[in-house]
Design a protein around this ligand. Structure first.
Ligand code: C2G
Length: 127
């Protein structure tokens, strides 16, 4: 079984999030998604509208997702890859190169972002 992992905040869940989860799952048989906690988003300097437990519930309900874990540190990825026997790490290409250190542990794939959609855009449009 080929296991894939990806990480994100997934605030105001939108089709860009759906597309990356769909494509990540297409690379393997089992998809683990690490959702950023509110506390970690504060560290990332990212203001969230939807609280972490709701963001996790929404991601858990997506048909491409097999397991949801919490992301609460920049430093957990190597442990996560080992603990979950991950074969492929996937992120959108806005992160291109940032996680290449994981190449010692698994395949690293950066996928093109979905154009013209982001949580920030949604928030701006609602103002
Ligand atoms: N994404 C995308 N297309 C968009 C918007 C987002 O492909 N239009 C992807 C991002 O590239 C990322 C995932 O969706 O791979 C989640 O995006 P965010 O929720 O914005 O996550 P981010 O804040 O980038 O957190 O440790 C990594 C961080 O947790 C990533």
């Amino acid at each position: 079984m080929k296991k894939v992992i990806t990480y994100g905040t997934f605030d105001l869940f939108h089709v860009g999030h759906l597309n990356i989860l769909k494509r990540a799952k297409e690379l393997g048989d089992y998809l683990v998604v690490a959702v950023s906690s509110d506390a970690f988003n504060a560290i990332k300097g990212k203001k969230c509208i939807i609280p972490d437990y709701e963001r996790m519930e929404i991601v858990r309900a997506i048909k491409y997702v097999d397991e949801v874990i919490v992301e609460d540190s920049w430093d957990q990825k190597i442990d996560d890859v080992k603990k979950h026997n991950i074969d492929i790490f996937v992120m959108g290409d806005d992160w291109e190169g940032k996680f290449d250190f994981l190449k010692d542990y698994c395949e690293v794939v950066y996928l093109p972002r979905t154009p013209n959609i982001s949580s920030t855009m949604i928030k701006t449009q609602l103002k």
